[in-house]
Design a protein around this ligand. Structure first.
Ligand code: MF3
Ligand code: CO
Length: 255
């Protein structure tokens, strides 16, 4: 069942999203060569606390951190660790879901450490464009898979891989609500979108093959062919005026 949110609830999610995106803006100053991903996670935890945000990840199915930090060929759900040290040329994906007064915002971004190849820059750009293409279909009256198909079309243009076993999701008081939002598929299927629906849309794409596996830590998702991967995520709400992005306060909120 897709939970419809009223204006006040969406406003609360937006407040969470504004603060969360403000924290993301500061991340480049923390993602430094020689730093461990667990140190970055601790910094995020401190920022969440400072701003009154509650992590939705810590404690979720036994997860012990407030963020997922995925490096290079790790696609998503990278577990922060003292042994994972940021080095020059890394592609760092950070994903955080937190709530304010019980209402969630979920977002992820890619960060480059130093010089990056044109190929990897393109990969990240396409992930971002695919996310925007998906958001641009989040209008009342459209169908759910209009979002999926728009995401896929953008990625297919460049021949990148799309993860099939992971998806975006509804979001509200819980981090994960119905529906599941696939990053591929035929348009025109699934529930009719309505004002008051809120989604976390999150394309996960690879430079090579889309086959992935979960590492020994039980969480980290990695590409089998070791190709680099990109992941971006925004929380959006469908309003009478169309989609609004709840997790881009200081960036462009409209797509
Ligand atoms: N925020 C992510 C998502 O979109 C990651 C959830 S996994 C967690 O689903 F355990 F780390 F929370
Ligand atoms: Co999510």
């Amino acid at each position: 069942m897709i939970i419809i949110k009223n204006k006040a609830s969406i406003e609360k999610m937006h407040n969470a999203g504004k603060i969360l995106s403000g924290i993301f803006e500061q991340l480049p100053s923390v993602i430094l060569v020689g730093t461990s991903t667990s140190a970055i996670d601790s910094w995020i935890e401190k920022e969440l606390l400072k701003n009154g945000l509650v992590s939705k990840m810590k404690g979720y199915m036994g997860y012990k951190h407030v963020s997922c930090i995925s490096l290079n060929d790790e696609v998503v759900h990278g577990v922060p660790a003292d042994s994972k040290i940021i080095k020059k040329g890394d592609l760092v994906k950070i994903d955080v879901c937190a709530s304010l007064k019980g209402y969630c915002a979920d977002m992820a971004r890619c960060f480059f450490v130093g010089e990056t190849s044109q190929e990897i820059k393109k990969l990240v750009e396409v992930a971002q464009n695919a996310l925007n293409a998906g958001i641009s279909k989040a209008y009342a009256g459209n169908r759910l898979t209009d979002i999926s198909a728009a995401i896929q079309a953008e990625i297919d243009k460049h021949g990148f891989g799309i993860l099939k076993d992971f998806a975006g999701h509804g979001i509200g008081k819980s981090m994960h609500e119905d529906p599941e939002i696939l990053n591929y598929g035929e348009a025109g299927k699934g529930p009719i979108l309505q004002v008051g629906m809120a989604f976390a849309i999150e394309p996960m794409i690879t430079l090579g093959n889309d086959d992935v596996y979960i590492t020994q830590d039980g969480w980290t998702v990695k590409t089998k062919d070791k190709s680099f991967a990109a992941h971006v995520e925004d929380t959006i709400a469908i309003t009478n005026e169309g989609p609004i992005v709840l997790t881009r306060y200081n960036q462009k909120e409209q797509v």
